[in-house]
Design a protein around this ligand. Structure first.
Ligand code: ADE
Length: 245
């Protein structure tokens, strides 16, 4: 997979793209990044990339010429051009999986108060990472990259994302590692039992419990079996304050 990023702050991306799982994916040849500085296409002696909004108002708007010059060469067959924008479609696990199916993404990071509206004619989709406004699209682009790259085959063990929160439509079950007792808090005995069937049933129940308590809205669309529905009915009858067993 190739991911290009168009930005006026290439240095914001360097650390995260070279570190941890993403850095390893690059070293392993699974993902390739290109970071493109918009300012090299800036106008005049000051390489200006922004200007005052027509009609007046606060803030600056990114001019179309430098952005067009940076984006046009990336619009090749098979590329998906994405503008990071708070007005875009919301990034979800489902959208991340769809984008991970593309072999070439080009992410455009806006800055200031926004980009000239005509830039939208160059993009295939617009993505928001949530209902809050950041100072620019760089951190949202990194969020999108992180969630997409971990889904690229070979980057992490497939089994690690099958059980992800959201992949099955539910939040993830609680996880424990050593020691068996920490600060008086024991690991649930079933996890030490070696009974895989019981462990699986416990995990499913706790995923359902957590989702019911924290994100009941997810239950409307989750993939639930008859056994899950029975578990949920039982959980609803018992106190929601019960600690996991
Ligand atoms: N740029 C500024 N805020 C953003 C957001 N929430 N999502 C995507 N891009 C943005």
């Amino acid at each position: 997979m190739r991911i290009d990023v168009v930005t006026i702050f290439p240095e914001l991306l360097e650390g995260p793209l070279g570190t941890s799982i993403i850095g390893r994916a690059v070293e392993g040849g699974l993902v390739e990044f290109g970071v493109h500085d918009i300012r090299i296409h800036g106008l005049g002696r000051h390489r200006s990339v922004d200007d005052y909004p027509y009609g007046g108002g606060a803030g600056m708007v990114m001019r179309p010429e430098p952005l067009f010059a940076a984006i046009q060469p990336l619009r090749t067959a098979g590329a998906t051009v994405v503008l990071m924008d708070p007005a875009g479609e919301r990034l979800t696990d489902q959208l991340a999986r769809a984008l991970a199916g593309s072999s070439h993404l080009a992410l455009v990071c806006g800055r200031y108060e926004g980009v000239d509206e005509r830039v939208r004619t160059l993009v295939d989709r617009e993505v928001s990472i949530g209902d809050y406004v950041l100072t620019g699209g760089e951190l949202p682009a990194l969020v999108l990259i992180d969630t997409v790259v971990r889904l690229v085959p070979g980057v992490i063990a497939e089994a690690s994302h099958e059980g992800d929160s959201f992949a099955s439509g539910l939040l993830e079950y609680p996880q424990y590692t050593r020691p068996e007792v920490f600060e008086g808090l024991p690991v649930p005995p079933v996890l030490l039992s070696g009974h895989h069937g019981e462990v699986d049933r416990w995990r499913r129940r706790e995923a359902l419990r957590r989702t019911l308590e924290r994100r009941p809205d997810l239950l409307d669309t989750a993939d639930l079996s008859d056994a899950d529905q029975a578990t949920l009915a039982k959980l609803r009858r018992t106190s929601m304050a019960d600690p996991p067993r």
